[in-house]
Design a protein. Structure first.
Length: 164
């Protein structure tokens, strides 16, 4: 990217994929993962993310930043929850000689009642929640429920011998 006339591009390329999110009680906690993985795999092989990226670029070029941001704010306001996941460094990093204990990315100002950010760093996963307290009055309970759900999934994987 640093070389002159390099074809590598700077910046993030963001596309949106809308997913249905079912809230239901299942006997096997791994059923949640299987269902979500099937939907996400289908979406990955579709042109949805590429189309949303291309359309947003076209609308930006045609109408400018104000109209584009207003349109996407309206679209995103119709969703309840958003997920963001960022793959972090696989090796420990430092800042001015001080090792980083964890890395946690977050967003602010999105038009969702719930924003869940997943950030990996070395062998750890950090989950950051942004909530609308009018909709989710006890976000700490939601955090505890997420931790409990992840433990149930881990236990199910250990029981099946799929995880060491």
């Amino acid at each position: 990217m640093m070389e002159k006339n390099s074809e590598a591009k700077w910046g993030n390329w963001i596309g949106y994929v809308l997913l249905p999110f079912d809230i239901c009680l299942r006997d096997n906690p791994l059923d949640y993962i299987r269902t979500a993985k099937a939907i996400i795999d289908r979406k990955k092989h579709s042109l949805e993310a590429l189309c949303t990226f291309s359309i947003s670029g076209f609308i930006f070029a045609l109408f400018g930043i104000k109209k584009t941001s207003a349109l996407f704010h309206k679209i995103l306001s119709a969703t309840t929850m958003a997920f963001s996941n960022v793959v972090g460094p696989l090796e420990e990093i430092g800042f001015y000689g001080h090792p980083m204990a964890y890395l946690a990315g977050a967003t602010y100002g999105q038009p969702h009642e719930l924003m869940v950010n997943f950030q990996s760093y070395v062998n750890k996963m950090t989950i950051v929640l942004s909530v609308d307290e009018a909709t989710i009055p006890d976000p700490h309970r939601l955090c505890d429920d997420i931790v409990e759900s992840l433990k149930l999934m881990k236990d199910a994987l250990l029981q099946k011998g799929l995880l060491k």
